[in-house]
Design a binder for this molecule. Structure first.
Ligand SMILES: *Cc1c(COP(=O)(O)O)cnc(C)c1O
Length: 459
């Protein structure tokens, strides 16, 4: 048996690697340990090649920009909403500087965190007050913990709203984690005001509604009018809270939603005491959980010691503040390119997508693949507007002599990585979610993928 080479010798053979030295050493050590454990050592060059591909995998896993050809606008696995221009400027400005994060510049004393942002969020939601935590899940946990911390622990919720949103977010689990006691009412498809009324006891702490973000129900369904439920809650002096999920601030009927996403302002006007929603869904900002509603409740939540564990950092505040202001000033509207990429993608004319697709196809001439313009369907994603599909245009690639999945793997392992989807024996790239400024990069990535001899992402 050949002896396993020394770490130092492999490091020398590798030459310069674009990773921190301790990371490279760790990869080499673990590769050599695996050889030793297996009791076999291949030729030295093969050992080095194996280490190189392990290092490639590590390098690819570094957080980096990805070209999104999935057609899913708010792709949770791809980081949801890309930030608008003002948010990016704010990050660049705030990140390297000291800030007035928690100082009152009038008095020079310690001041409240993110007071400006909270005030403007309240304006945007037409709420008395607002605050911000890490994400919508954190907002809900904070609310539930806070209102069920006393002797009353029951949270009343319709069986039709005991939902799962994305990976690892199940309402019953969130309730349990929060120490709340679940009091289910009604049935999956029908819950009436009487169901709620009958469930209220001296142990009831709060009435919770959860927006059915990522699915829809039709047919024999019923849920009580929000105003009537609010009146019931008021009569029993109970807070009425809704987890809105995406929290659209614009009217989503413009995107073909027959069931528009609830807007925080509308819901609060209809009588909710508090709403929570995500910052990185339809608002188009960074990951955050926004809580808006009655001052009395928001102030109490801000005093809750648990808030300290959920608070955001200055970079999130900076990006969110710029995003919220863009909504308030009216900059974040369709037809103002770059202000909110999500809006650009939602409103791009099909003709513009077709023209880009045609140009891309023309420039892929001579490669070992057939490229064509296809018809696709984009989705909003991120657990929002499940009924909305947007007609779209795709760049369809059918590689010669290999399955489209192999091309997909090569494109994912390229720089920048490109993510598409397979369908009809082709690799499809939806151009609605590819920024026009990325077209050249996309072409280069496809050319590189055709040139590389085999996928570098072999497991
Ligand atoms: C998306 C969603 C959440 C989770 O939001 P995060 O910001 O990812 O924590 C919670 N509730 C609903 C209804 C949602 O749609």
């Amino acid at each position: 048996m050949r002896t396993v080479p020394a770490v130092e010798k492999v490091l020398q053979a590798l030459g310069p690697v674009d990773l921190p030295r301790p990371a490279v050493v760790a990869v080499v050590r673990s590769a050599l340990a695996a050889l030793r454990a297996a009791g076999e050592a291949p030729a030295f060059d093969a050992v080095v090649a194996g280490v190189r591909s392990a290092l490639d995998r590590v390098r690819r896993s570094r957080l980096q920009p990805v070209i999104n050809g999935t057609g899913v606008l708010l792709h949770t696995n791809l980081g949801r909403a890309p930030l608008g221009a003002a948010a990016v400027r704010a990050l660049v400005e705030i990140a390297p500087a000291y800030t007035n994060l928690e100082i009152d510049l009038d008095t020079g004393e310690r001041g409240p965190r993110a007071a400006y942002l909270e005030r403007h969020l309240a304006l945007l939601c037409r709420a008395e007050a607002a605050t911000v935590v890490n994400n919508c899940a954190a907002a809900l946990v904070l609310i539930l913990r806070h209102f069920t911390a006393g002797p009353r622990r029951d949270v009343v919720i319709s069986r039709g709203e005991l939902v799962q949103i994305g990976g690892g977010f199940r309402i019953p689990d969130i309730l349990e984690t929060s120490g709340a006691r679940l009091r289910e009412v009604g049935t999956t498809n029908r819950t009436t005001l009487d169901d709620y009324a009958a469930a209220l006891t001296p142990d009831t702490a709060l009435i919770l509604r959860v927006h059915r973000s990522n699915f829809f129900m039709g047919g024999f369904v019923e849920s009580p009018d929000l105003a009537a439920l609010a009146a019931l809650a008021r009569r029993h002096r109970l807070p009425l809270v809704e987890d809105l999920g995406s929290g659209a601030v614009t009217d989503t009927r413009a995107w073909g939603a027959t069931e528009p996403e609830p807007r925080p302002a509308d819901r609060l006007r209809q009588g909710l005491d508090l709403v929570c929603f995500s910052g990185d869904k339809l608002l188009g900002g960074p990951q955050a959980g926004i809580i808006a509603g009655r001052t009395r409740h928001v102030s109490a939540l801000k005093r809750d010691p648990f808030l300290r564990a959920l608070r955001c950092d200055k970079l999130v505040f900076a990006a969110l503040q710029a995003t919220v202001d863009a909504h308030l000033t009216g900059e974040a509207v369709a037809g103002n390119p770059g202000a909110l990429p999500l809006l650009d993608q939602l409103h791009v004319p099909l003709a513009a997508l077709r023209s880009r697709a045609g140009q891309l196809v023309a420039q892929l001439d001579g490669l070992p693949l057939q490229a064509a313009v296809g018809v696709g369907q984009s989705r909003v994603g991120g657990g929002t507007l499940p009924q909305v599909t947007l007609e779209s245009v795709t760049l369809d690639l059918r590689p010669d002599g290999q399955p489209p999945g192999a091309l997909a793997a090569r494109l994912r392992s390229g720089a920048p990585p490109v993510v598409g989807y397979l369908g009809g024996g082709r690799l499809r790239l939806d151009l609605r979610t590819v920024f026009p400024a990325q077209d050249e990069l996309l072409l280069a990535a496809i050319r590189a993928a055709c040139a590389s001899p085999s996928p570098r992402s072999t497991p």
